[in-house]
Design a protein around this ligand. Structure first.
Ligand code: TXA
Ligand code: MG
Length: 352
């Protein structure tokens, strides 16, 4: 298959988006930018489209997809209207008023219209209303319901740039809409509203504190955080975002972290291994590795979120065999950065 690439920085490029929407309505796949990462879109209400998405990603089909909408009211077609579920929908409405459109995904009991192929066999559905204008216009052109996982092949970092979508997907999807670099760089926060209290299944830009302000107490799924055996978001159990190199996260006081990493780097050099360090603007000059990449300034953890996946991919491009990364604070967006770093490292962390 020939993958068509189109550049679209503005949502009002109607002709382009009409073509992309048509492809999705006819059962094809289109990758598109969102404010978090690039998504791989197909018709969420067409079971064949969902199967195609799993195929293109090489993703296990028990790993459910997020359904993207472009107006709050479209949620009603996706979720159960049973009286027992009314409270959950009311909570969704309150969260939507505060955070939609935006980087928040809500889990709710599904309606009969959502095929089990889209939800990985679950009786719940994940719904998100993204803030990105091109994404919104595409969803509208595609009929209003677009299933979209991150547009990477399974096990690779989510793409923050269209070139990484192509690297993983060229030849296996119909179209890529190149809208430049994404804004946040890490996937949306996922909150499960089918349990009481609500539970965060994947940390992201919308933090626990922000959710608690609207809902009261909100829990965290610890298995999704620590690599435990049975995380409640099926996708969190797979080794994800993993570079090819052997990766270790180093946590502790900053001088100790730098000293420890430099010590390890000399050992790796003796062993003839190509080394990489994931550093910050403040520390990058201090490392003696073959490849040193800064994810941005410590004073701005949003920049770390934005660049992390790209830096992980660059480590692969440049052939890093061992990778050391500084740790992040674990507060706000830093928590999401740390969650993805630990996954990339297969939960291998050293405290110094
Ligand atoms: O920011 C994002 O959410 C991006 C962009 C494209 O919107 N999408 C994304 O999708 O990250 P994906 O498929 O890479 O991750 C979806 C996660 C998986 O871990 C999946 O297991 C979980 O959401 N999930 C989906 N439906 C679920 C459900 N019904 N119950 C529990 N977890 C669910
Ligand atoms: Mg993903």
């Amino acid at each position: 298959m020939n993958t068509k690439v189109i550049v679209c920085m503005e949502e009002d490029d109607k002709a382009v988006l009409a073509e992309a929407g048509r492809i999705i309505r006819q059962g094809g796949l289109v990758a598109f930018p969102t404010e978090t990462v690039y998504g791989l879109g197909g018709d969420a209400l067409n079971p064949l489209s969902s199967q195609k998405i799993y195929q293109a990603k090489g993703r296990p089909s028990d790993n459910p997809l997020i359904v993207h909408i472009c107006r709050f009211e479209d949620i009603y077609r996706l979720v159960s209207k049973a009286p027992a579920h009314r409270k959950m929908l009311a909570a969704a409405k309150r969260l939507a008023e505060a955070f939609w459109p935006g980087p928040l995904t809500m889990i709710l009991p599904k309606s009969e219209e959502v095929p089990f192929e889209t939800t990985g066999g679950l009786s719940t559905v994940a719904v998100r209303f993204p803030a990105h204008k091109t994404a919104q216009a595409l969803i509208a052109a595609a009929g209003g319901y677009v299933a979209a996982p991150s547009a990477n092949t399974s096990g690779r970092p989510s793409p923050a740039l269209a070139k990484y979508v192509l690297e993983d997907m060229e030849g296996s999807i119909d179209m890529v809409i190149d809208g430049g670099e994404v804004g946040i760089g890490l996937e949306s926060t996922i909150v499960d509203l089918t349990v009481e209290p609500a539970e965060i299944l994947r940390p992201g830009y919308i933090s626990r504190d922000m959710l608690q302000e609207i809902l009261g107490r909100v829990e965290k799924d610890e298995a999704g955080e620590t690599g435990g055996q049975a995380p409640r978001a099926p996708g969190m159990k797979y080794r994800h975002y993993a570079p090819h190199g052997d990766m270790t996260v180093v946590s502790g006081e900053k001088e100790n972290v730098m000293a420890y990493i430099n010590e390890q780097l000399s050992l790796q050099k003796k062993a003839g291994k190509k080394s990489g360090v994931i550093a910050t603007d403040e520390s990058a000059a201090r490392y003696r590795a073959d490849i040193v990449k800064s994810v941005g300034s410590r004073a701005d953890e949003l920049s770390a979120a934005k660049h992390l996946y790209t830096v992980l991919r660059e480590m692969d491009e440049e052939g890093a065999e061992v990778i050391y990364s500084e740790a992040f604070t674990g507060k706000g967006i830093g928590e999401a950065v740390m969650n993805r770093l630990l996954k990339a490292a297969g939960y291998h962390m050293v405290q110094v």
